[in-house]
Design a binder for this molecule. Sequence first.
Ligand SMILES: [Zn+2]
Length: 236
Amino acid sequence: MTTLTPIAFVFIPQPIFWLLFIGVLVFALYAQIRVSSAYAANVKIPSRGRITGREAAEAVMSRAGIHDVDIVEIPGHLTDHYDPMHRRLALSSENYHGYSLAALGVAAHEAGHAIQHQVGYSMLKARMALVPATQITSQVLPFIIIGGFFFGGLGGVMLDIGIICYAVLTLFHLVTLPVEFDASRRAKAELVGLGIIDRDEMPGVTQTLNAAALTYVAAFITSLMHLLWLLSSRRD
Ligand SMILES: [Zn+2]
C-alpha cells in the first residue's frame, strides 16, 4: 500500500484537489449534522440524578481543587466554552439549567478544559499560545480571499501570506484535537467517578461528545486541504 505524504499531495493535479475538497465538504456537513442530531436526541433524555449542568461543572472543578472559576449562563445554542484568560466557564441556558445527558456531557467537558488549565496541560498551553496568531490570521485572510477572487487566483506575496495563514490555522486545529479529546475523556471519567451519571447512562454522553469531536476533526482537515491546495498552486 502506498501512502501519500503531504509532499506527494503537492504534486497532485488540481482536478483531484477539487474532488478532495468536495469529500472534505461532505465530511464537514456530516459532522455538523451528527453533532446537531446527537445533541437533539440526548438533550431529551433526563439523567436520573437530576443534577444540572452548572452543578456538574462545579462538582468536577471542585474535585480538582478549582474554586476560582466563574460559571456563567450565556445565550445561544451550543455556545458553551471555557475562557482560560478570564477563568470563566460559560454554559448556554439549556446546559446551565438542564440535567439531560447532553447538558451534563457538555458542562463536564468544559470543566475538563478548566482542569487542563489548572494542571498546565501542554497541548492547552500550545493552543493558547497560538490564539494571537490565529486572531491576526482571521483579520488578514478575508483580504487574501477577496484579492484571490478579483485577480483570478493568488500569486507572489499574496500566495505566500495565504500559505502562512493556513499553516497557522492548520497547526491551531491540529493542536485543538488532543485538547478536545482529553477534555471529553476527563469529563466522562469525572461524571462517573462523582456519581453524577450512572454507567448505563454513559452512551448518551459519549455519543454527544464524540459527535462534537468530529467537528474539530473536520475543521482540521478543511484547513489542511486549503494549505495543501495553496502549496500546490505555488508549484504551478
Ligand atoms: Zn472543548
